[in-house]
Design a binder for this molecule. Sequence first.
Ligand code: CP
Length: 392
Amino acid sequence: MSLTQKSGKRGRFAKVSQITALNSNISLEVNKMKGSVEQTLQTYQGWDEFYAKEVDKKLDFFKLNGRLFDVIFAQQFDRPFMDYLCKLADMIRLLAKTKMGQKKLRHLLPHKRAMLYFVQPSTRTFLSFQNACYILGLSVSESRGTSTSSEVKGESPEDTIRTFASYVDLIISRHPEAGFAEKTAWVLNQTDRPVPILNGGSGPDQHPTQALLDIYTLERSFQHIGGLDGKKIAMVGDLKRGRTVRSLSYLMKNYNDVTLYFVSPDIFRMKDDIKNFLKKRNIPYYETEDFESVMPLVDAIYMTRIQKEYSDDPSSEADTYPGFHFKKEHLSIIQPHCTIMHPLPRRYEIEVEVDKDPRAAYWQQERNGMWIRAALIAYIFRVEREIFEEFS
Ligand code: CP
């Protein structure tokens, strides 16, 4: 008995040590893969020339039969499209209020599959796209980091995206590099299986679907006072590295008599490319560091976070810039109809006590993202008519 026990113990110990050795070999291999395999750099003839073109000159490349196919830049959206999409989002929102309506929506696209490729952190964009897909009945696959895909073995991002296209009908991407969504759409559009790419944020460059939900939120906030035309909007915070304010500024080309106030610390001023875009289209803008002087003037205040993740040395950026925070005491200075927005996540830019004020729109704003993204997906797959017919 005792011998058997000893033997049993020896056996177990032997097994454990074998497993430990096996595990450490696996770890070694994984570490080797993580540490030593760089992603393959592929050369695509013609890409550099295409990328260097002005955005206006490449918009047609991302269309199919005169309609949007890939969504890469905010400049792709014109006024009729914006109005149409906002109306469609309203219809989807209304339908989703009932069980019957939800069932109708779910039966629109059960034959389609989407890939969410989010290799830069996200909460809202990921969840709102995922739930927009569920609302319309699409199946969803996801990858939330390069360390669990074959990119860890050195596969290029372009081949990775091409692989997704082999399995799904739509790719939604978030990536830390500017130009990533554009390049992958450009690559896919030259293959025999192009699928639409929706840009869910590309580095500090653009976030076009955030701009869609921001416009939708502004239009809803101003629905009883003439919509967004003629309004004054303050954008506050890190305007230099914030992609949401960049994309939203581009969309102002579609609205009449809009005035922008860029409120930021000097080091985070809006970049010249956006200011030149606005000048070219005669959209007035002012720049200031005096937030309180702007508060009573505007119809909307769009707060943003300091985007430390794009700093070469984030630990050196300890300042939270309190002069650019919206506090409870400011509620008495702003106009009674002024809407307070934020793409979120927030840090210290808006005091929590502000949340209770009816003018605080940021929690509705993030939910609006789900409706407008569902509208966009319905548009991409051409099922809008079925939605509008429910109301005819
Ligand atoms: N607004 C926005 O893009 O939020 P997430 O980073 O959480 O997606």
